[in-house]
Design a protein around this ligand. Structure first.
Ligand SMILES: [Zn+2]
Length: 491
């Protein structure tokens, strides 16, 4: 009995590796290295969007400051354009490179400008510098286009007066107290009465505790006139440590999560919320109504706006659901290491099969995989915040093989439960998750010098998992084998 178990474990070990082509195996091994030698990573940076409601007086100030940024941008742009147009006509060698306007040269002129025109003294100086930096970035992408042979590419355009110019506060120029952000700005004279503070309440939407705020951007949505802050911050993170507990997850469209835990062999299945089932018919109805109107007429616009609102709502619901599920997974698992299958492979293999009749379903599949990609990203950063890591490698072959005996079978997607000849009866997605976990153990063993020690993880997991969740499998399988063996002897 034990010898057979051992042989089977070896088969699992071999098959799961054999299913991976060389390049995928190399990638997967690299991923697993993270567990063995955690390297200190770049700090995690996240962005959040917060709506602010400036008072009338605050809005006035914001417009003054943004207008200064706009003017600085436009003046500097004029200088750059002039140089560019002149040098356009000259051969390469004769170009006046020395006087070419650059960010460094232009930002050195800012103090002079402030002296001459006091209006610019109202800005926190970094916001003006950042307007120039923005221009530099815009020019760089323009030059890249030109260098790549796009002769039609034009220099960036002047910023219009109607639009609120986005302002960047990089590292400094703002103060954060509890739930309030205050931006620095100045008045022309110290004696100015009724000074307005640019302080905005975050209304509990954003918790700054233990966070390093790197940059805040103030912008306005032109259409709705609403003001927003885009905040880039580094959340406090814990350091990862391998605690010997692993959770593997098979991500899917039907079940967004099918997970198995190495510690207790616990399995979890979370059904995907198919928001499109509710929204799609409604959206299609409005769309058809819209298409019956004269294009761009008032009525057409009315339906069009309504349709886009619905599409946005649908997308938000899907996103909210993914946030909730990923948070739950990361918070509830004892595992510090979460392993997920790489989805690219899933999409590829499906599209290669090329069911041409059903392009629509393929398209839908790609879409939902895209949204699964986002779910994987949510999972990854939420894990990182809590000192856990997410490891991702190819899940090729994991849905075909029975996780107990490794026999392969092509199964229809509609087959939600697998019953193998060996006696294993298991949900299709759970089978995938178990195989991903087993592949992880195999890779871990391969990355170790002492193969035997790490092979134990796979063996231990199998012993516990199949004994606890599949009481019939071993006996049935082994009986069958011994029956077959005896047949052989007879003949
Ligand atoms: Zn089997």
């Amino acid at each position: 009995m034990l010898a057979k178990e051992h042989r089977l474990t070896k088969k699992v070990f071999r098959t799961l590796i054999a299913d991976l082509p060389k390049n995928e195996l190399e990638k997967a091994l690299k991923q697993v290295q993270q567990v063995l030698k955690p390297t200190s990573k770049k700090p995690l940076q996240l962005t959040t969007k917060v709506k602010i409601k400036p008072t009338k007086e605050q809005e006035e100030i914001l417009w003054i400051l943004a207008e200064n940024c706009r003017l600085v941008y436009n003046f500097a742009l004029a200088e750059r354009k002039k140089w560019w147009e002149k040098s356009q006509r000259l051969p390469k060698k004769k170009k006046d490179k020395e006087n070419k306007p650059t960010y460094n040269k232009q930002s050195k002129q800012l103090p002079k400008l402030k002296e001459k025109y006091p209006r610019y003294q109202r800005n926190y100086s970094k916001t003006l510098q950042d307007a120039l930096r923005q221009l530099e970035a815009d020019y760089r992408s323009f030059y890249t286009l030109r260098n790549n042979g796009d002769k039609e590419a034009q220099p960036p355009g002047f910023k219009g007066k109607k639009y609120f110019t986005t302002m960047h506060y990089n590292q400094k120029g703002f103060k954060i107290e509890e739930n309030k952000i205050t931006f620095t700005h100045f008045y022309p004279t110290k004696e100015t009465k009724d000074k307005v503070n640019l302080s905005f309440e975050m209304q509990g939407k954003f918790d700054f505790k233990g966070m390093k705020v790197k940059q805040i951007t103030i912008y306005q949505i032109h259409k709705t006139k609403e003001f927003y802050l885009s905040i880039i911050y580094e959340p406090s993170t814990q350091e990862y440590q391998d605690n010997g507990i692993y959770q593997a997850i098979d991500l899917g469209v039907m079940n967004i999560v099918a997970a198995v835990n190495s510690h207790e062999g616990k399995t979890i299945i979370i059904k995907n919320k198919r928001v499109e089932k509710y929204w799609q018919p409604k959206i299609e109805e409005i769309q058809s109504k819209r298409d019956h109107c004269k294009k761009y007429s008032n009525k057409w616009h009315w339906f069009n706006d309504k349709m886009w609102k619905m599409i946005k709502k649908q997308a938000n619901q899907r996103k909210d659901f993914q946030h909730k599920v990923s948070k739950k997974i990361v918070e509830n698992t004892k595992a510090n290491t979460i392993i997920i299958g790489d989805l690219n492979v899933k999409v590829m293999s499906r599209s290669l099969k090329g069911d041409k009749k059903n392009v629509k379903s393929l398209h839908r599949n790609m879409q939902s995989s895209g949204s699964l990609g986002r779910f994987a990203r949510f999972l990854t950063y939420k894990a990182e915040k809590r000192g856990k890591i997410v490891i991702r490698f190819s899940e090729r072959g994991t849905s075909k093989s029975c996780c107990y005996c490794m026999n392969k079978e092509n199964r229809l997607l509609s087959e939600r439960t697998i019953s193998c000849d060996c006696g294993l009866v298991i949900k299709r997605d759970t089978n995938g998750a178990v195989n991903i976990l087993q592949r992880f153990f195999t890779l871990l063993a391969l990355s170790q010098k002492r193969l035997v020690v790490r092979q134990r993880l796979l063996k231990d997991f199998r012993e516990k998992f199949f004994r606890d969740t599949q009481p019939n499998v071993k006996r049935k399988f082994l009986q069958k084998r011994s029956w077959a063996d005896s047949q052989e002897i007879k003949s």
